[in-house]
Ligand binder design. Structure first.
Ligand code: ADP
Ligand code: MG
Length: 234
């Protein structure tokens, strides 16, 4: 379960403040975040992943209070629990498509590259129609193809939480639909929680829950609302 209580975050220059009074998402559920550019959607994903730390309040993932972890503990927490599809993909240019997908096991402290993981990497690439591109450099891919590589990489180790930041932003409607179905079926299969950011409202009905993000902007009047998402106890 992901549980947020009075979470606040401010970038160093103080120009942007995010405040989320309350948000709860049960394990294994899927949620979609929609909201205007600049409202803090990417910032929230980075907070949940432990890439950023809040300035106040509580952010719990399962039994872990992410705020209380030090930098190294947060890195381990992320490697063990979170698969992230970054808005700008963050692929490694000097590695092939295949090696980019396998990257999580190379940086994970206790996972090594096994035959099974190689087969899983191939099967994920096949499911997004990139099987014939395995050996290609990621610098020789279109934006949409790079995005699909980033999605395969996030799913490789079947993480408990998948955070996908506009993962269909560069895709045509057919591929966008296919990617959302892949994210939903992979996370449902492993019992993982999925949080996806999108501007594409046609994708919203696929998800259990919708988190409209404009409600969290400091200037909006609705910021005291209590948001209990996922139907369970907070
Ligand atoms: P969204 O993903 O909803 O478009 P972001 O979370 O990326 O929004 O950004 C929220 C706000 O924080 C924006 O106004 C953005 O300019 C600002 N911001 C993002 N990253 C930084 C940073 N590293 N330093 C200062 N401000 C930032
Ligand atoms: Mg963003």
């Amino acid at each position: 379960m992901i549980s947020i209580n009075q979470l606040t975050f401010t970038y160093g220059d103080g120009t942007f403040r995010l405040r989320i009074p309350q948000l709860t998402l049960e394990s294994g559920r899927s949620a979609v975040i929609v909201g205007p550019s600049g409202s803090g959607k990417t910032t929230l994903l980075n907070l949940i992943a432990g890439i950023l730390t809040g300035s106040g309040g509580e952010l719990r993932v399962g039994n872990t209070d992410v705020h209380r972890l030090n930098g190294n503990e947060r890195r381990l927490f992320r490697l063990r629990n979170v698969g992230m599809v970054f808005q700008d993909f963050q692929l490694i240019d000097y590695l092939s498509v295949f090696d980019n997908v396998l990257l999580p096991c190379r940086i994970h402290p206790s996972v090594s590259v096994t035959k099974e993981l190689r087969e899983r990497a191939s099967s994920l690439l096949d499911s997004v129609e990139l099987a014939s591109f395995e050996r290609r450099s990621v610098t020789q891919l279109s934006q949409g193809e790079r995005q699909r590589v980033a999605i395969c990489r996030a799913l490789l180790l079947s993480p408990r939480i998948v955070l996908a930041d506009e993962p269909t932003g560069n895709l045509d409607p057919v591929n966008a639909e296919r990617i959302v179905r892949l994210l939903l079926s992979e996370t449902a299969h492993s019992g993982a929680t999925l949080i996806m950011v999108t501007h594409d409202h046609s994708l919203v009905p696929h998800f259990d829950l919708v988190i409209p993000f404009d409600q969290f902007l400091e200037r909006t009047p609705g910021e005291q609302k209590h948001h209990n998402l996922g139907g369970g106890a907070t």
